[in-house]
Design a protein around this ligand. Structure first.
Ligand code: ASP
Length: 366
């Protein structure tokens, strides 16, 4: 059972929020999470007891999947030791992926909030302190319990499963094109205008029992974006180099007709997930009938990602393969997580860690 939400542990992984400009050499990770907390105006006035723990000091692009599987375990341990919630500070470049992996691995009702910054602390209008304050306020609030991992940024609260980085430089970069934000931070309190109907969690024991990430060899999932005139050269030999593939296809799940056979051949050997490269909206199942259409590809064994974008589909496939999931389990999981099959198709039992059973743990996903 988790402790009081009044005790929040802030993990630091690095990112722009922790960077400082080095003369003419550009910004690099420099500050510990304790230093970040010390620079947040108004934090003491919240009355929340905050502690800091540094795990990495790297740019978002250098966070590894193994770091995140390890972090999920550390979060579990610290919650069991009495912390009520966790905040993770990291580079925004990979937040949409890391937050989703942490969400898939977080069975507890305790809030876990991921945040960062677009402007480093040396810049005018640095957004790190405001984002960190809002993240702590959300993490400590009872309203945030049971919603899985959240991304709090620019006073918006996003579900990890939906959030996307939508702009390279704008501090309002995070959005949830499919569903909208769960809520907003208003005068220091979270106001949820939507609630997640359920959770999709892969139990830690399943991941530990699978082939990875601690297994004999790392699980590798490739992501290939299909482009106009694509000759399919990148697909050749992929089954020998990857355990799974996500295809970021055109529109609602379409590829050039000459890529159908190569993809079908790959799908005979490894799981191949069909996602959309558009940035919003679902992969369809029953609309188009041309060679290379979604109907064609799904009939040849590709797995439908639904509303999951390519990067999140890759994260889900990695976690599933790490848990040793077979093809039927993978298809069922994508049905529930992608929003196009009943939530009851999620392959693992419902129920929260620590005996807290939430009514919506495996309710419908979207
Ligand atoms: N622009 C990135 C950030 O916001 C850099 C990184 O991901 O580390 O943190």
């Amino acid at each position: 059972m988790s402790g009081s939400s009044g005790r929040v542990l802030v993990f630091g992984l690095g990112g722009t929020i922790a960077m400082a400009a080095t003369g003419s050499g550009g910004a690099v990770p420099e500050f510990s999470p304790a230093q970040l907390l010390a620079a947040v105006p108004g934090l003491a006035a919240t009355g929340v007891e905050v502690r800091a723990e540094e795990l990495r000091r790297v740019p978002g692009g250098s966070v590894r999947l193994t770091d995140l599987y390890a972090l999920a375990g550390v979060v579990r341990e610290r919650l069991a030791a009495g912390f009520g919630a966790a905040v993770v500070t990291q580079g925004t470049d990979t937040i949409e992926e890391s937050a989703y992996l942490l969400d898939l691995l977080h069975a507890d009702r305790a809030p876990v909030v991921v945040t960062g910054a677009m402007r480093n602390p040396s810049l005018a209008g640095a957004d790190g302190p405001a984002n960190l304050l809002a993240a702590v306020q959300v993490a400590a609030a009872p309203e945030a319990r049971g919603q899985g991992v959240l991304v709090v940024f620019n006073d918006e609260i996003h579900a990890a499963r939906r959030v996307r980085k939508t702009h390279a430089t704008n501090p309002a970069t995070f959005g949830s094109p499919d569903g909208g934000p769960l809520g907003f931070v208003v005068e220091g309190r979270p106001q949820l205008v939507n609630r997640l109907p359920g959770r999709t969690v892969i139990p830690a024991a399943a991941v530990a029992a699978g082939d990875g990430p601690a297994g004999a060899r790392p699980v590798r999932v490739a992501l290939v974006t299909v482009t106009l005139g694509d000759d399919g050269g990148l697909l050749a030999g992929l089954a020998d180099r990857a355990d799974g593939l996500v295809v970021a296809a055109f529109g609602a799940g379409h590829v050039p007709e000459w890529l159908v056979e190569p993809l079908a051949g790959l799908a005979d050997r490894i799981p191949v997930v069909l996602a959309s490269r558009t940035g919003a909206g679902p992969v369809l199942a029953a609309t188009y009938g041309f060679p290379g259409s979604e109907r064609d590809l799904l009939s040849r064994g590709l797995v439908r990602a639904g509303f999951l974008g390519p990067e999140k589909a890759r994260i889900l496939l990695h976690a599933l393969l790490s848990a040793g999931a077979d093809r039927a389990t993978i298809t069922a999981a994508f049905g529930a997580a992608g929003g196009h099959a009943p939530a009851s198709t999620w392959p693992w039992p419902t129920g929260f860690a620590g005996g807290e059973v939430g009514s919506g743990y495996a309710g419908s996903i979207r």
